[in-house]
Design a protein around this ligand. Structure first.
Ligand code: PLP
Length: 412
């Protein structure tokens, strides 16, 4: 039998690998009956809870009709429904939707869309991307190139295209970020096609928060210098920051938005890149060479889209945000026990052992083991501990998580 090579997993550290048999709400159940609280929504994808009966019923119904068809020149009801339902939640400006399969790919699609836009508009030099230091946009080459330099992309750094960096706008340093962006644009706007950002929180970079007004300012500059403003809401979309999309806390609407993790409620792989009519129209032509050259074999899989369609039903009246609010209020009550804790929507985070955030810090592995031995799945990013549970999590489960967090916090 072939050995399985797990992702983001150091097999040399020999921690046990758990075999999960089934799931329910915030719980994972191992083959031998152990109950594990999923404190990180299975890597940020699961928003509404595991094994959601409504989504599951829709998936079962769809899989009986078809499983996969070509999406070039063909369409199907789940794809049409999701486009329709998404437009109910997003401003009219973002009314073209392009489907793909993962967060990384929908960011690649966004960057290709933006650069291809300028190509088709005879501004072929506008092919450079701007991004934050410490950002994360996925593990494919475009995602790795856009992401800040880190242990994740270091071995491949010589293969990556050049990306222009502006500093992460930490509290008090917002003006510096804005100023550096302004300087870049003044000198090089003829080369810059897009800026890509994680709105309000840099997730994998260490749960680094920043203020919404920064988005307003960076957007204003982008428009002044004719640069596409791309928001990677792969993690923040579908309620993580307390609003359905993080950009709603700013005053702007991006030119392109990337959605994936919570799009199917965390049940099946799917992603969507939404853009403006202006971008779509740059590709619209009688000339075949001007079309958008991107597809995956499984683009717009009907079964995955049926899951997204059901998920969007459950978002009617933005109901899940009530649970995010409940969790957020719980966090606020806990905050006094953690001097340096930060809270945003469904996210609670703090650092142990000083300030430097090194993903490979041994303390991260130690804490992971400790949490798991006690029936809770949390995967600290180095010395950054965070909680990001499915919104259905019960108070009793939160109590259990926070009891363990306090033990870790007081160990210092
Ligand atoms: C997870 C993530 C990605 C990559 O998504 P995958 O589905 O893992 O490819 C991209 N951007 C952000 C902000 C993410 O959190």
């Amino acid at each position: 039998m072939a050995e399985i090579w797990h992702p983001f997993w150091q097999h040399g550290l020999c921690e046990p690998i758990f075999e999960i048999d089934h799931t329910k709400d915030e719980f994972l159940y191992t083959k031998d009956g152990k109950e594990i609280i999923d404190g990180i929504s299975s890597w940020w994808v699961n928003t509404l809870g595991h094994n959601n009966p409504y989504i599951k019923a829709h998936v079962k119904e769809e899989i009986d009709k078809m499983q996969q068809i070509i999406f070039a020149g063909f369409t199907h009801k789940p794809a049409i429904d999701v486009a329709q339902k998404l437009s109910g939640f997003l401003p009219e400006k973002l009314n073209y939707v392009f489907y793909s399969d993962s967060g990384s790919i929908c960011v690649e699609v966004a960057l290709k869309m933006a650069v291809g836009y300028y190509f088709n508009k005879f501004k072929k030099n506008k092919s450079k991307i701007v991004a934050f230091e410490h950002s994360y946009h996925g593990d494919t080459f475009g995602g790795m190139a856009s992401g800040g330099e880190s242990v994740f992309n270091y071995p491949y750094r010589k293969m990556l295209f050049e990306v222009l960096r502006i500093p992460y706008p930490s509290a008090g340093n917002e003006e510096k970020t804005i100023e550096e962006y302004r300087k870049l644009l003044k000198n090089r706007s003829g080369e810059i096609g897009a800026i890509v950002l994680e709105p309000l929180v840099l997730g994998s970079g260490g749960m680094l928060f920043y203020k919404p007004f920064v988005l307003d300012e960076l957007y204003k500059l982008s428009k002044e210098y004719d640069v596409m403003f791309v928001l990677d809401e792969v993690m923040t979309g579908f309620g993580r920051c307390g609003t359905m999309f993080a950009f709603e806390q700013s005053n702007i609407v991006p030119d392109i938005i990337c959605l994936s993790k919570g799009l199917t409620g965390g049940t099946l792989p799917l992603a969507a890149t939404l853009c403006t009519k202006e971008i779509f129209e740059a590709y619209y032509s009688k000339d075949k060479s001007k079309m958008f050259f991107h597809s995956s074999s499984y683009s717009a899989n009907p079964v995955c889209l049926s899951a997204a369609s059901a998920n969007l039903d459950l978002w009617a009246d933005k109901k899940p945000l009530e649970d995010v609010k409940r969790i957020n209020n719980y966090y606020k009550k806990q905050q006094s026990s953690f001097k340096n804790a930060r809270i945003l929507g469904d996210i609670f985070t703090f650092e142990v052992e000083g300030k430097n955030n090194d993903y490979t810090a041994p303390i991260g592995v130690k804490m992971y083991d400790f949490f798991l031995r006690n029936g809770v799945l949390l995967r600290p990013l180095g010395n950054t501990v965070y909680v990001m549970p499915p919104y259905c999590i019960k108070e009793k489960s939160l109590d259990k998580i926070f009891d363990l967090l306090k033990q870790v916090y007081n160990l210092k």
